[in-house]
Design a protein around this ligand. Structure first.
Ligand code: NAG
Ligand code: NAG
Ligand code: NAG
Ligand code: NAG
Length: 655
């Protein structure tokens, strides 16, 4: 029967013989065959025994012995080839498995469904998609495309190729699907196909497919997102109901991963605690979750616990712990983590770790260490360059920021929004940079398309204004399609020193009308602009709207602007009233500034009241006593002026 089929398919099969098979038959054998070195009189039994021996050798990892036995075999059957091919694949020798597959086909053996599922898996694993497609042809010719095992392998191949829709079509066409097929599909969606997985999950429920722990792991893995936490909890309840949550090692660890990824500390910890320590796989999830939540005691406790259990920390854990040391400016912790990194040999491998180390030392102010790490990295990537650059900027090493940018361009490392905005921000602080440098970087931004980035634009607005070119700041701003609060604040701040109070108030109005919420920095910039432009009415209105309309409590800096604005115009009673009304009025600098305005406008009545308040606020400050004494002498009250001086001397406040 079988022979018949073979014969009738023979021309078709050879027509669909994969090209790599034809090629392979002409190349010399990897493992020279001693085909037919002896002949046995009872070949059938012999083959069976050989097959079993090869299989057990492969399972125990003795690949060479298995191959030797294979070579010795006088005759082989399809099962021999299948055992050999899947054994090689099992031992991680996918390339060799594929070679023997081509040998098998070229020697005229016809694949069974299990050959196909092994071989397709190997092609998929090796990324040999072209060859995989040729095998699919053979599957069709041999009429095996509806076989559930072959179907699963094909689905896996197409999922790996990214042809999700095609894989789903194959899936739908299968007359029967086993759980493995569903799992295959779920696994194929990887980390990111959350919505597809969710759909598939609902479909499984509709079709009454009973999931297994593996299904559960694939599903919950992609629900590790705060927005999907309820779906995950639903799965968790299911796992509890069927008893996996505690009994299945992978499920319980997946739960820890899931809650960690959702940032749900308490749940993660609860799930962690039911797992016995030597069964924990999710150590790293917990460490990085605690690290990113800034809980250093727990992060470190679990980190040291995993050392005790001999588990290797992952890159993510190290990056999390370094981020933690960096955020808490804890150099001691940072150095300890660095030691672990060196000990475990991670320092050569990961650009994330390099960046995290550079960031950590930079944030802790040890810029030399950042530079040292950078210099020891053989291949400088954009990420590590950016880390060094932001570290330079953080430590105020201004010229090096600019030099590094030049180096990144020269050495074709390139730059991104982070490099550009950091460099543009730094320019005004440099002694060598000028408006031309700013224009040059602006040009780079336009050419690379980074000029649409809001951070880059804000830096440009700011830098241009610092170089005195407010017009260019305004141009950059105008080109923004949807500026955010920070952009508005930048442009207001850019315009504020050049007596452009009217424009600043206008910008404030525009942003409020756009539904953006100005913050206290925005208001400070507007008030500064009003102060510089002497716009009393507008300034007063803006100041009052801060609390009453926008619910922002004015701080002493806002108050200082108002006092200068009113004081400058001689509106001293108004300034005094405003100061007394505002809760944060304990800053002697503001009162003393009001006193100066009183002096300038020769306002004795207000001045005397203010003088008392300043001395009460800063009884130990010699410059305050001096200022008050001078005020009295200026208004002709030499008696009081002298008295104040004497009191100060008596109280040993050196005036
Ligand atoms: C979580 O889901 C939201 C919306 O579905 C998505 O925007 C966000 O990128 C996801 N976060 C992660 C970490 O995957
Ligand atoms: C730590 O990581 C978070 C999230 O990735 C990031 O927002 C933060 O800036 C990092 N902190 C430091 C100090 O690098
Ligand atoms: C207010 O404007 C004046 C004049 O431009 C300036 O001297 C003063 O420092 C400004 N006050 C504040 C608080 O910015
Ligand atoms: C003003 O008082 C607040 C508390 O009301 C305090 O935090 C702040 O330090 C004080 N400022 C000065 C300059 O004394």
């Amino acid at each position: 029967m079988r022979k018949q089929i073979l014969v009738s398919f023979a021309p078709l099969i050879s027509a669909f013989t994969p090209t790599f098979v034809r090629n392979a038959s002409t190349t010399s054998s990897l493992f020279p065959s001693q085909f037919g070195s002896y002949f046995d009189t009872n070949p059938r039994d012999k083959v069976y025994t050989y097959n079993r021996d090869i299989e057990s050798l492969m399972k125990s990892g003795s690949v060479d012995c298995a191959l030797k036995l294979f070579d010795e075999m006088p005759t082989r059957d399809v099962i021999t080839w299948n055992i050999l091919i899947s054994g090689l694949k099992l031992n991680g020798l996918s390339k060799e498995a594929l070679y023997f597959y081509s040998q098998m086909v070229s020697q005229g053996f016809v694949e069974s469904s299990s050959t196909f599922s092994t071989v397709l898996g190997a092609f998929s694993h090796e990324g040999l998609y072209q060859e995989g497609l040729q095998v699919h042809n053979r599957v069709i010719v041999l009429g095996l495309s509806l076989n559930v095992y072959v179907g699963s392998a094909l689905i896996d191949l197409y999922m790996n190729m990214g042809l999700v829709d095609f894989a789903l079509r194959l899936f739908d066409d299968l007359p029967e699907r086993n759980l493995a097929t569903w799992n295959q599909l779920l696994r194929g969606f990887g980390e990111f196909g959350m919505s597809q997985k969710l759909q598939l999950y609902y479909r499984m429920k509709r079709e009454g497919v009973v999931p297994n722990p593996l299904t559960f792991c694939y599903l919950i893995h992609s629900f590790g997102n705060e927005s999907l936490i309820d779906k995950g909890r639903e799965l968790h309840s299911y796992a509890i109901k069927v008893g996996w949550a505690e009994s299945d090692l992978f499920v319980s660890n997946a739960l820890v991963d899931f809650y960690s990824a959702c940032g749900s500390l308490a749940d993660a910890k609860k799930s962690f605690e039911v797992i016995s320590a030597d069964d924990v796989i999710s150590w790293n999830s917990l460490v990085s979750m605690y690290a990113y939540s800034g809980i250093d005691s727990d992060a470190l406790e679990i980190f040291s616990m995993m050392q005790v259990w001999g588990k290797k920390p992952s890159i993510r854990s190290f990056v999390g712990l370094l981020n933690l040391s960096s955020g808490n400016v804890n150099i001691i912790l940072g150095k300890q983590i660095h030691c672990f990194v060196l000990k475990l040999g991670f320092d050569h491998s990961s650009c994330y770790i390099h960046s995290a180390l550079i960031d950590m030392y930079g944030n802790c102010g040890e810029i030399e260490s950042s530079v040292l790490i950078y210099e020891n990295i053989p291949r400088k990537t954009l990420e590590v360059c950016n880390s060094l650059m932001t570290s330079f900027a953080h430590c105020g090493v201004v010229e090096d920021v600019i030099e590094l940018f030049g180096l990144m361009v020269d050495e074709d490392i390139g730059f991104d929004e982070v490099s550009l905005s950091t460099t543009v921000n730094t320019l005004p602080k440099s002694t060598y940079a000028s408006l031309t440098s700013c224009k040059l970087l602006h040009h780079c931004a336009v050419k690379s398309g980074c000029d649409h980035d809001l951070a880059v634009s804000c830096s440009l607005i700011d830098s241009y204004s610092r170089f005195g070119d407010v017009k260019s700041s305004c141009q950059v701003f105008k080109q923004l399609s949807s500026p955010n609060v920070i952009c508005f604040t930048s442009i207001i701040s850019a315009c504020s020193p050049s007596k452009m109070g009217v424009e600043c108030c206008k910008f404030l109005e525009v942003m409020i009308n756009k539904g953006l919420k100005p913050d206290k920095v925005t208001f400070l910039c507007v008030l500064k602009a009003c102060n510089h432009s002497g716009m009393v009415q507008e300034g007063t209105m803006v100041f009052e709207s801060m609390k009453s309309v926008h619910g922002i409590d004015p701080e002493s800096q806002h108050l200082a602007c108002m006092v200068d604005l009113l004081g400058h115009k001689g509106l001293l009673e108004e300034a005094e009233r405003l100061l007394k009304q505002t809760p944060v009025n304990n800053d002697s600098v503001i009162w003393s500034s009001l006193l100066r305005h009183c002096r300038a406008h020769h306002n004795e009545a207000v001045g005397k009241r203010i003088a008392k308040i300043v001395i009460k606020l800063e009884p130990e400050n010699p410059s305050i006593w001096l200022q008050v004494s001078n005020f009295y002498s200026e208004i002709g009250d030499f008696e009081t002026s002298k008295q104040i001086r004497d009191v100060a001397l008596a109280r040993k406040i050196t005036v």
